[in-house]
Design a binder for this molecule. Sequence first.
Ligand code: NAD
Length: 463
Amino acid sequence: MAATKPDNASSTVAALRRSFDSGLTRPLSWRRAQLVAFKSLLRQGEDELVGAMRADLGKPALESRLTDLSFVAAEIDVMLRHLDAWTRPEHVRVPLAQRPGQATIIREPLGVALVVAPWNYPVHLLLLPMAAAIAAGNCVVGKPSEISPRTSAALAKLAPRHLDPRAVAIVEGGPEETGELLEQRFDTIFYTGNARVGRIVMEAAARHLTPVTLELGGKSPALVDADADVDVAARRIAWGKFLNAGQTCVAPDYVLVHERVERRFLDALERTLRAFYGDDPHRSRDYARIVNDRHFERLSGLLATTSGTIAFGGGQDRAQRYFAPTIITDVPPGDPLMDDEIFGPILPVLRVADMDEAVRYVSSRAKPLALYVFAASKSTVDRVLASTSSGSVGVNLTVQQLAIPGLPFGGVGASGMGAYHGRHGFETFSHRRAVFSKPTLLDPPVQYPPYTKIKEWILNKML
Ligand code: NAD
């Protein structure tokens, strides 16, 4: 596999298409061997990838192992375990009028897939969809993000050592190179990142009528009711928010807390942050950095323009792109913090009179990628579920819904379309082909012209 230059995007895709047409990627034995090769890439490249993510994002090694490397390896294990079952023809019922006959759905690969990844979980968000594409029998081009350049380079170097170059390619580069790739005809495009580029991807895909999966973001709320276990809520929200310095697509973006527990919740949050990162998070090895100057300036600007109160944190060190875990209270309606996804370590905590107010607030906005609800009462949780929509939901937790391979991971509305993880990834990269076959021994003339009265009577009886 070659880490290709942009000018040969078309030849890369053409070569992969030839491989696909040759049938190389269809046998399950080939797919299995490639999935095992993905795992060996992760194992043998572990130090290099962890080092690259540390250099790009200041990512703590344990976080890189947990949320990038082990996560992908565990998902690949699921693929290996279930590949036989997933690829088995699925029999469906044949109505009486159509018998005898056999109806099945077979999963066939789509062809050549493009996976475009962002920088925040740069190994996970590239390799996991690529592995799902391979499990489904496709060829695949992976495009890592130029914003995490060391990880991109490490992936481009490691991949050819492990994966079959006839079927898998990594193309490095930024918007220009991605643009060149998007001019090619793919059979499916899997994009993870912001909605602005999501539109560019979808427009490009429309020219070839290529189906797309868009894994986007949004402002994911966390609701904390008066009967919630406030200490647990504070810990789980703080963990999900400040993991990777808030640069996580499913991080809780803001909190809507019941006024009766607001004070206790804020105190618990502060205690938690001190316990996680010490009194000076700047010195903590367990706290990541902002990916680049542009994002740092964006976050700094948000803090400068908010009319809210900095209840905790707020410290910054531009040279190191350190941005302290920060909690903002008294956020007025229309505050800039509440416009777009924050995607950084600033957590607005908004007070609500009750969960109905919280639900009204959430459902008046675009559908988020995730919604978190912390409550003891099941009827509150049910009410929140029934009156809002989001890609996924965590009840008394944040982020960990991703770790359940049986659950589809994806957005709805503005937070994206399509899903993956576990079987859902395999399905995303597969076509469900309908096959109906009939024996020839019996061929009753009832459906054929001339349509006599008796035939009509029989058909009416059967339908
Ligand atoms: P990014 O800037 O790395 O962009 C993503 C990809 O798009 C990159 O590969 C980049 O090269 C490409 N790209 C950028 N500009 C382009 C252009 N003009 N034309 C074609 N391609 C272009 O990452 P990002 O968008 O900053 O990622 C952060 C966003 O992604 C957040 O909104 C976050 O919520 C979302 N996200 C979603 C998920 C998910 O699984 N749903 C996961 C991670 C991040």
